[in-house]
Ligand binder design. Structure first.
Ligand code: HPA
Ligand SMILES: [Zn+2]
Length: 343
């Protein structure tokens, strides 16, 4: 059955595996934090910010994203940013999330690592206790920086390993292949952390192979260029290694010229374990519900396909077996009671 309404998607219980905390910095919050903290930005109004959010490629976005993140100074700022997203989760019935954060963006400006991670973790704990939203935090290394910088960051994370589930890899893919970080990822694994990596967003399918073979990842973030490599597709289908795909992001960053050309449903129909995610919702025009809605509008996403991608997300998550079972039941109950209704 085709999905036609936004309210149905809004109420659908959802899981998000690819979202950057710095990418949920909405213009209103960015400008108010800039005023509070006395940070000068090249934008003064919300209109100017939206005007700047026109990107031809990943790097155009990253330049603005790192600029915006400079307004985050205190532990409370990181709490508020995270809490803002968790309120969104409540509104959109996102029941489990595994957000990324980029500590190097902050420690390079002299912000203590502990303030960043403690602010974020306190908000995640409060959301679990007050609203039952579960989460796992993933620390990303910026791949445009050096291996040594990544090792230093991992060192700073050691007192906070209880707050972390995994390490990831993000920022500029071109010129910074996964293997650059194989030794850091190995060390992270010896500390008990799981691993994920952005690969095959702007870069070739070869980067996905490298993330698999040199970083031992549990999931690939993006991974859409896998569609160019039939051997890789066979591998992904055989292993069910998940891809965390971000449709609105991919169109905003011109990976696909328009949503109707996006390959996510082709990957799904081939049997790849794909999931839907929002990446940087404040910059790309929508949270998880809007990503599903865009697929329903441009690719005629069906309820069965939405259900399958959510089952994939639950199974691909780092939640424990009990939590996975509870989320699967919640999803089944929703679909049984809302199959024919469009609310
Ligand atoms: O889509 C992305 N790709 C790489 N790095 C990022 N950091 C935030 N979003 C992204
Ligand atoms: Zn991302």
């Amino acid at each position: 059955m085709a999905i036609t309404t936004y309210p149905w998607l809004l109420a659908l219980p959802k899981v998000e595996l690819h979202i950057h905390l710095e990418g949920m910095l909405e213009p209103e919050l960015m400008l108010s934090l800039a005023r509070k903290n006395g940070i000068q930005l090249p934008f003064n109004t919300i209109g100017q910010l939206y005007e700047a959010y026109r990107f031809n490629q990943l790097q155009d976005f990253l330049d603005i994203y790192y600029q915006g993140a400079q307004v985050l100074i205190t532990q409370q700022d990181f709490y508020d940013l995270t809490w803002h997203y968790l309120k969104k989760c409540q509104q959109q019935n996102i029941v489990h999330a595994e957000p990324f954060f980029d500590p190097q963006t902050h420690t390079a400006r002299g912000i203590p690592f502990g303030d960043v991670i403690e602010g974020i973790s306190a908000a995640l704990t409060d959301a679990r206790e007050k609203h039952g939203i579960t989460s796992h935090l993933i620390m990303c290394f910026l791949r445009h920086l050096s291996e040594i910088d990544a090792f230093n960051t991992l060192e700073q994370a050691k007192p906070f390993l209880d707050c972390l589930t995994a390490v990831g890899l993000d920022s500029s893919e071109k010129g910074h292949p996964p293997e650059k970080f194989s030794r850091v990822f190995n060390q992270a694994k010896t500390l008990g952390l799981l691993t994920v990596a952005h690969a095959g967003e702007e870069g070739p399918a070869l980067n996905i192979w490298s993330a698999i073979n040199t970083l031992g990842v549990s999931r690939i973030d993006h991974g859409v260029t896998a569609i160019d490599d039939t051997k890789l597709i066979d591998y992904l289908v055989g292993t069910q290694l998940p891809l965390t795909v971000c449709p609105l992001s991919n169109v905003k960053l011109a990976i696909f010229p328009e949503m109707s050309k996006h390959c996510i449903l082709n990957l799904l129909e081939k049997g790849v374990c794909v999931t839907v995610n929002s990446d940087d919702p404040a910059y790309f025009g929508g949270y998880l519900t809007e990503n599903f809605y865009a697929l329903s509008q441009s690719l005629n996403l069906t309820q069965t396909q939405a259900h399958k991608m959510l089952v994939n997300a639950i199974q691909a998550s780092f939640a424990n077996d009990n939590r996975k079972q509870a989320m699967l039941s919640q999803l089944t109950n929703f679909l049984n009671s809302n199959k024919h209704s469009m609310i």
